[in-house]
Design a protein around this ligand. Structure first.
Ligand code: GDP
Ligand code: MG
Length: 178
């Protein structure tokens, strides 16, 4: 290969897993990243893996996004643990229950950290930043991220595409694909 893609290893791949309680916006974030569009209503029971060819830091990467859906409590985590190169654990900043859900997911991930690849990054994501005036979760999130050694971002699936893309690309950059 030559030109802007010349520096990258051919065939780079990255598997991202989105976790979080129903309604926090995992599907909206996934769709935004893949299509640049905000889709307001999305089948809440749909779980799928989507593939997109992306150029991250001048390297072509096949990014796969698993948009998970757990009905109620986190179950059957084997389906993503060894597959993931990075985890994105999502809550909505205006919903305390969704934040508690993140704590549960982070505990599950830390209790299974022998199952997934070492140094697989976990990113805590506060979604629905456009709802800032109804915010119910703030500094607790930073403390949680510190406690579990996560990166932490706030963003909105219905605002600009660039900040959503930035977070997904950051997950790709930091992912453990070794
Ligand atoms: P999921 O169950 O985690 O996949 O959540 P969805 O992506 O289906 O989103 C649940 C609801 O939250 C839907 O009504 C979305 O329109 C809404 N939603 C998702 N992201 C945002 C956001 O960033 N801001 C606002 N205001 N609503 C959002
Ligand atoms: Mg969904």
């Amino acid at each position: 290969m030559s030109g802007i893609l010349g520096k990258g290893k051919p065939g780079a791949e990255c598997n991202l897993v989105l976790l979080g309680v129903t309604g926090c916006g995992k599907s909206a974030l996934t769709v935004k990243f893949l299509t640049k569009r905000f889709i307001g209503e999305y089948d809440p029971c749909l779980e799928d893996i989507y593939t997109s060819e992306e150029i991250v830091d001048q390297q072509l990467v096949t990014v796969r996004v698993m948009d998970t859906c757990d009905q109620g409590l986190p179950v059957n985590c084997e389906r993503y643990l060894s597959w993931a190169n990075a985890f994105l654990v999502v809550y909505s900043i205006n919903n305390v229950e969704s934040f508690h859900g993140c704590q549960l997911y982070l505990q599950i991930l830390s209790s299974h950290n022998k199952t997934f690849r070492p140094q697989t990054p976990i990113i805590l994501l506060g979604n629905k930043l456009d709802m800032d005036r109804y915010r119910l979760v703030s500094c607790d999130a930073e403390a949680l991220a510190t406690r579990f050694g996560c990166l932490f971002f706030e963003l909105s699936a219905c605002r600009d595409f660039e900040s959503v893309q930035h977070v997904f690309y950051e997950a790709v950059r930091r992912s453990n694909r070794g």
